[in-house]
Design a protein around this ligand. Sequence first.
Ligand code: ZN
Length: 468
Amino acid sequence: MQWTVRLEARTSAGEVETTELATFSRPGVAGTLAEIGLVLSETKALLAKLQASMLCGQVAAYAAHHRVCAVCGVLQPLKDRRTRRLQTLFGTVEVEAPRFKLCRCRLTTPLAEATVSPVCALLTARCTPELEQVQAELGARTSFRDGVRILEALLPVSPANHESLRARTHAVALRLEAADRQAAAEVTAVQREPDKAKAADERRPVVMLDGAYIRAVPGHQVRNFEAICGKVEREGHSTRRFALVRSVAEQPHALLRAALQGQGWREGEAVTAISDGDPALPALVRSATGGPVQPILDWFHLSMRVQHVEQVMGGLCALEPPPLAPLDPAPLDPARTDVERLRHLLWSGDHEKACEALGRITGWAKDAAMLDDPAVEARAKRLVARCTELRGYIESNEGALVDYGERSRAGKPISTSRAEGTVNQLVSARMNKRRQMRWSPRGAHRVLQVRAAVLDGRFGQHAILLAA
Ligand SMILES: [Zn+2]
């Protein structure tokens, strides 16, 4: 059997031109499964021909249209014929780009000469916006080399190497970042309406921030550098991710501000920021909003430090010999009770009582360390260290401790665990150590811009419009 594919092009004037694109042959009766239907190589060749045919036709029509003088309607004389190459998802197409002598009616002096090249005005880039977008999305999702392999395996795409895929990803990132700066500059101020303000406060945006370390390429002053990742969540809006490498972001706070704006936030509205104990993170939110920020210490990080105290206490209890006389009160009991209360006190925002309890446990453990028992002494010293650590952590984050129980019962977030998920999605999956990847801060920052947009699903149309 044989199939022929013909392309019928119909101009706006109604003229029809038919071009034969491809012929596929198969045995009259198929012998194997592999002989049924189209195969990839045929399809790629067909698509490439279809693209070339369509594109050349469009460009020729465009050149013909612009050959006519827009002022007097006379055909401008041909100066020379040149060609231009355009890279597309369906192959590189060489198109004719004729140059015309500018119509006499538009010349300022009768003897002057000027040339117009309408096709050059149409082909503003070396590749189509769609090719750039698909390359950037692949560059953000997978390694640049794999991105090239995937594209070339499936499409008759213009040949590219990993460096050009990286360059395209970077170019798109720069535009996304510029768009964010623009959005950040256009944030409107909130109108003060008391009854609405309360409702808005109930639905205030929550920013969850976390840091991640990325291995630096050799030659950098540092072995690792930090990327700040996070999420902005607000009831009624789809979550928005953001990520940045602070040292190379042009305006780090603008990226967060744009993410907030994407959630309907307006200047003057309060924002909640949940993060671990790093004071730089709430500070970034403050510089992005320029207004009130309620910082909350991530419950998970706090709870982990409580667990350290509980574990060392558990170890001490295991060492305790059975009481010799029934009247002898177990010497550990008061300390054990205090340790058991710690978690609950912190959960309900009672950090002053928690600090008092820690003081008592520390005092007791110091006494226990004086006993003539090396095993007890070692663990008691460890307990003192863990308690001091937790107390220091509580004190340095005092303003960010809340009634976690109440927040949790109200269904509000208390942990950055969701931000940590974002770190995994944004950084680990593309840049982690197992892949042996090393990054320059700038390269990582740019890939993160595209990756956040891709994962949010705000990349598609947006990027095409930006490229246009
Ligand atoms: Zn003219």
